[in-house]
Design a protein around this ligand. Structure first.
Ligand SMILES: *Cc1c(COP(=O)(O)O)cnc(C)c1O
Length: 326
């Protein structure tokens, strides 16, 4: 890897920066998934982070690393919800002004949650990409700093702190199943785990319709796709045609990418509710869906699953639990 790349040291630096705001989340065994798969399965509870997802880690690492003059001008971001919430939360904590640009597709519960954080929410366009163009206009006009949802070394290193916690809490780990969209989460985790031991399998999981990273890897370069309606709405969005970090890192570090159906995502959400008494959002449930779908062919002996977030609208969750006996 090139010298301008993100290193394990960056991830340790992130860990020391974000400790005041992000939790070292619990890792719990899943008896149910162990009996279904015949192997040890552990759940990393990122849905317990204060803003309901792991996005707090990257946002905190980035915002706490800004120069004083950048903090004074304020920050802006684009988000399907969880990243925007995390940025707003950290910015409030650090007394930095935050603007959040989102598309019309973002669910109402996430818009309301964002507005409650004190951030200025700007709704513009039909896709994440259109909302991003609005953010870049604000950067030019007002000198704001972009807090990118995934394609930024500080964001990747922040999400990578999950990898350090996995190594501390489950030193025998041989497989990690990680939700995948823009790839900040899996790039950071894979960097930590593969640096510790390149034999640890790191597998990305996404929804069947609209996984841009999967199709980009197939095409050999970043591509664009239309967004689809999915229970895993936090996994929607492009990777950027001029992607700088995550496309290359996923290409180099990730062993496989698996796509799961809406049916399996719903069944996975119901399983987590039934057996673990927790509500996980669709994006967070995709690794469980991958196990249920039988697509993880050689699962290893000690699998860690990242339950990446819990921000699901109550009506959607109740409908799924009714249909799937949750
Ligand atoms: C953002 C997000 C992901 C995907 O993270 P990337 O870094 O974009 O791959 C997965 N799960 C949840 C809950 C998220 O908010």
């Amino acid at each position: 890897m090139k010298s301008d790349d993100i290193t394990l040291q960056d991830i340790f630096l992130a860990r020391s920066r974000i400790g005041s705001i992000a939790q070292h989340t619990p890792l719990i065994p899943s008896q149910k998934l162990a009996s279904l798969t015949g192997t040890s399965v552990y759940l990393k509870l990122e849905l317990l982070q204060p803003t309901g997802s792991f996005k707090l880690r990257g946002a905190a690492n980035k915002i706490f690393s800004l120069a004083p003059e950048e903090k004074a001008r304020g920050v802006v971001t684009v988000s399907t919800g969880n990243h925007g919430r995390a940025v707003a939360h950290v910015a409030t904590h650090a007394e930095v002004t935050a603007m959040v640009c989102i598309s019309e597709r973002v669910p109402a519960n996430k818009v309301a949650a964002l507005q409650q954080t004190g951030a200025e929410v700007i709704i513009s366009g039909k896709s994440q990409d259109e909302a991003e163009q609005q953010a870049y206009r604000l950067i030019v006009e007002r000198g704001l700093t972009m807090i990118h949802p995934f394609d930024d070394p500080h964001i990747i290193a922040g999400q990578g702190t999950i990898g350090l916690e996995l190594l501390l809490d489950l030193p025998q780990i041989d497989t990690a199943l990680v939700p995948l969209s823009g790839g900040g989460l899996i790039s950071g985790i894979a960097l930590a785990l593969k640096t510790a031991n390149p034999a640890i399998q790191v597998i990305g999981v996404s929804m069947e319709q609209g996984c841009v990273m999967y199709h980009s890897l197939q095409a050999g370069k970043p591509v664009q796709l239309p967004e689809a309606d999915t229970l895993a709405d936090s996994l929607n969005g492009g990777i950027g045609l001029d992607n700088h970090y995550t496309y290359r890192m996923v290409n180099e570090l990730v062993d496989d990418v698996v796509l799961v159906s809406e049916e399996h995502i719903a069944a996975a959400m119901a399983l987590i509710a039934n057996d673990h008494y927790m509500i996980v959002e669709g994006a967070g449930a995709v690794p469980v869906a991958a196990l249920l779908s039988g697509q993880i062919v050689s699962p290893g002996k000690h699998i860690a699953i990242i339950l990446s977030g819990g921000n699901v609208d109550t009506r959607t969750a109740l409908r799924i639990f009714e249909e799937h006996g949750g």
